[in-house]
Design a protein around this ligand. Structure first.
Ligand code: GDP
Length: 449
């Protein structure tokens, strides 16, 4: 559904680009296409109306008339207006997280079951502890599902933050009181409270969250919403917004198939800024929301900025620089280096999520990537290299038939696989030789900035 929004908009964008002149009639046609694309993606009707009106007004203005390439100007307008509607007109400070209170600052997470609240508690906690150097405590007020409490515990451990235990025979308010006292006593900076969700809006659940809000006076009350849901997100956002003094939105699952249909509506419906996005199940998949990048993504232009960020975050820069230095000095590329590089690739996590961020035309060319298969392949390759002696890794040319057989047996694979790896390695070595002539240095400089 949402994929089709991107596809349709990309198609419109392509046609617009091709237009030599922008006339009243072809503009009407394009606006109609854009409207249909948005409606089909379940973007809320008032949002669609507003967006179309803004685009039309701008497009009829002088900007397009005087432009040399009116088609491109219109693409720019669509991009700008999309950006505005999802929060680009807010000052950046509106998307900052507010912690300006006497600690502990309480952050309350509300939303439907499955929206990603518990995962978000871990991601946000990890982010606050690593980026803001805060001491974090999490607690679950979900007394309906013991598994939910257990899940928060696991997620908190993975995130390297503290977890306050609770149990299903307690009342949510009592849990909140105890956790708050504990957080004060142990000088926590932030207390993140995960709440119970239901599959649909439910009076009792709403009252319960409202009670928690009323007692805790959170500095931030986030509405957590799954980016993959369409029109429903609007109704849910409305219901939560009416019941709770929300301070912001966290959009989850902005990966895979989702291209931001909910993002388009949720800002306008709640009147609250989207502050963060969740991208992937891993706890590192959490970013500040960037309206411009999101608009680009919705238009199928790719999210290059966050792609670069992700690469930067996951690549061990020091190692990469050492490696570059080594290559520059003319040392030869060994299987040890090859293994290091594979490890770095593995660190990058989900390949499909990286490809998602490429502009549509590249992403299409790259096709579907099977993450599991790719990971397995890397693990197999690592297994083979592990079965080699250090001497063999440094001087792969000595690996002849009997060594190959021994390595294959050690790694539980066939000689063909070993041959394949050696061939791949040879190709990489050739590439490295070519890169030595300047390319690599340039690449490294790009990472350093
Ligand atoms: P809760 O019921 O609101 O607490 O939701 P959970 O945190 O249990 O998340 C529900 C499911 O969505 C889990 O399988 C998570 O792994 C998954 N999930 C959460 N956030 C993301 C995300 O940003 N991307 C993806 N792909 N999955 C996510």
């Amino acid at each position: 559904m949402l994929d089709s929004l991107t596809q349709r908009l990309s198609k419109v964008v392509k046609t617009i680009r091709g237009q030599a002149r922008l006339t009243e009639s072809n503009m009407q046609e394009m606006l109609r296409e854009i409207r249909i694309a948005l409606l089909e993606a379940d973007v809320a009707i008032p949002v669609v109306r507003d967006l179309i009106a803004r685009i039309k007004e701008k497009a009829l203005g002088t900007e397009v008339q005087t432009s040399l390439t009116p088609g491109q100007a219109l693409v720019g307008i669509v991009h700008d207006e999309l950006t505005q509607i999802i929060g680009g007109s807010d000052p950046e400070s509106a998307r900052e997280i507010n912690l300006s209170v006497q600690p502990p600052a309480v952050i309350l997470l509300a939303g439907l079951q499955g929206a990603g609240k518990t995962t978000t508690a871990g991601k946000l906690g990890k982010w606050l502890s690593e980026e803001k150097k805060k001491k974090i405590l999490t607690v679950s007020a979900d007394v309906y599902r013991p598994a939910a409490i257990e899940q928060l515990k696991t997620v908190s451990e993975q995130a390297g933050i503290s977890f306050f235990p609770s149990s299903t025979d307690e009342k949510p308010l009592d849990i909140a009181k105890k956790a708050l006292d504990y957080a004060k006593l142990h000088f926590y900076d932030v207390l993140i409270v995960d709440t119970a969700g239901r599959l649909a809006i439910d009076e009792q659940m709403m009252n319960e969250v409202a009670e928690l809000e009323n007692f805790l006076h959170p500095i931030e009350t986030f509405f957590v919403v799954d980016a993959m849901v369409g029109q429903d997100a609007v109704n849910t956002a409305k219901a939560f917004g009416e019941k709770l003094p929300l301070t912001g939105v966290i959009l989850t699952k902005v990966d895979g198939d989702s291209r931001g249909g909910a993002a388009l509506s949720v800002r306008m419906v709640t009147g609250k800024p989207i502050k963060f996005i969740g991208v992937g199940e891993k706890l590192t998949g959490f970013q500040r929301f960037d309206p411009q990048a999101m608009a680009g993504r919705i238009l199928g232009m790719g999210d290059i900025v966050s792609l670069v960020d992700e690469v930067r975050k996951n690549v061990d820069v020091e190692k990469a620089q050492k490696f570059a230095e080594k290559m520059r000095k003319g040392d030869s590329f060994t299987l040890e280096d090859f293994k290091d590089q594979l490890a770095q690739v593995k660190n990058m996590g989900s390949f499909s999520s990286l490809i998602e961020k490429l502009p549509a035309q590249f992403a299409q060319a790259a096709g579907q990537v099977d993450d599991e298969a790719a990971k397995k392949q890397i693990a197999r390759t690592e297994g083979i290299i592990n079965s080699m002696t250090p001497h063999e890794r440094r001087r792969p040319e000595i690996i002849k038939a009997s060594r190959k057989r021994r390595i294959a047996a050690g790694a539980g694979t066939s000689v063909q696989e070993v041959n394949k790896l050696l061939k791949q390695f040879e190709q990489s070595r050739e590439m490295m030789k070519m890169m030595k002539k300047g390319g690599m240095g340039k690449m490294m400089r790009a990472f350093r900035n």
